[in-house]
Design a binder for this molecule. Structure first.
Ligand code: TXA
Ligand code: MG
Length: 341
């Protein structure tokens, strides 16, 4: 299959109409959102949804997020809309928050991997919403990477993973946020944060009161444990080389990596530190700017294999604010290997 790349200059561009037609008719398209690129298909069409799982090599038991362009669509997709859902939607939509509610029958069971719940989000990227409107149907969309790889934050990342496997890619520039949406379930009492993102636990609590952070956000799952969010049990965001998080001062980080062969070693460090380390480095923002770290993280993780390093040592983010999301993604990339120095 030839994968077409379009770069519309506005939401009214004829290419938006074109991909809307492709999607309505059962095709799959890589689309920009403010978090990461998504791989979209008509959420009401089980055959189209199947193509997403095939193109990504995604395990069948990992449910998808349904993307909408208008808050009213939530009533068709879900069985009931609790007051807390409306409060969250009013506070954070359009934006990087996914809400899990009871699924209505118009959403095929395969979208939710057989669960009776459905994850919903209204993205804020203008092209994403224009594409949903143009398709005229809600769009199921996981991140547009090959399963297990870091999520894509540019159209090129999508192309690298999925060229030849999908109908088209819409290039909407680099994603602003850089990590996937915050996922909260309102199907449990109290509500449960399943995946951290730009919208922080503190922001959620301000709007709906008590929110529990799932153990799997920062902890390693025990073998065979039941997971609230199937996506959390898979190896994720992983380059081929060995990723290790190093927690401690910059001086001790430097001393630690000096023990390894320079040729095989690289570092992901904070801005300004690269000149002081004697190995190849990628930077992921200022130490006190978790937004910058979130923005750069996946691009860095995609680049490291090109350096041919065996070991990549990463400075440990603070975990504050959106830093919780950065830490959550890094822990998975490192398969929970953290060294204290
Ligand atoms: O920012 C985002 O959320 C991006 C963009 C494209 O919108 N999408 C995204 O989708 O990250 P994906 O499929 O890569 O991650 C969805 C996560 C997975 O961890 C999945 O297990 C979880 O949400 N999830 C989806 N539906 C669920 C449900 N009904 N119950 C529990 N977890 C669910
Ligand atoms: Mg994903």
């Amino acid at each position: 299959m030839e994968t077409k790349i379009y770069k519309p200059s506005s939401e009214n561009d004829k290419e938006i109409k074109l991909v809307g037609d492709i999607l309505r008719n059962g095709g799959v398209v890589g689309i920009p959102t403010e978090t990461v690129y998504g791989l979209a298909a008509n959420a009401l069409n089980a055959d189209a949804v199947k193509k997403i799982f095939l193109a990504k090599g995604r395990p069948q038991d990992n449910p998808l997020i349904v993307h909408i362009a208008d808050i009213k669509e939530i009533y068709d997709i879900t069985k009931d809309v609790p007051e807390k859902a409306l409060k969250l939607a009013n506070a954070f939509w359009p934006g990087p928050l996914t809400i899990i509610l009871k699924r209505s029958d118009i959403i095929p069971s395969s979208v939710s991997a057989g669960l009776d719940t459905v994850a919903i989000r209204m993205p804020s990227h203008p092209l994403a919403r224009a594409i949903i409107r143009s398709a005229g149907v809600p769009l199921a969309a996981p991140s547009a990477n090959t399963s297990g790889k870091p999520s894509p934050t540019t159209a090129n990342h999508v192309f690298d993973d999925l060229n030849g496997k999908i109908d088209a890619i819409i290039d909407g520039g680099t994603c602003n946020v850089g990590v996937e949406s915050t996922v909260i379930s309102l199907c449990t009492n109290p509500p449960r944060l399943l995946r951290p993102g730009k919208i922080t636990p503190a922001q959620l609590k301000e709007v709906i009161g008590e929110v529990v952070v799932d153990d799997a956000v920062l902890g390693k799952l025990k073998k065979g444990a039941k997971v609230a969010s199937p996506g959390m049990k898979y190896k994720h965001y992983s380059p081929d080389c060995n990723v290790v998080i190093v927690r401690g001062s910059f001086e001790n980080f430097k001393k630690h990596i000096e023990k390894f062969d320079k040729e095989d070693t690289m570092a992901i460090c904070f801005n300004g530190e690269e000149k002081k380390l004697g190995v190849k480095c990628l930077c992921f923002g200022n130490e006190d700017k978790p937004e910058q770290q979130a923005h750069d993280l996946f691009d860095d993780l995609r680049k490291v294999d090109k350096f041919g390093a065996k070991n990549v040592f990463v400075r440990c983010p603070s975990g504050e604010g959106v830093g919780l999301a950065v830490m959550n993604r890094l822990l998975r990339a490192a398969e929970f290997e953290v060294i204290d120095v």
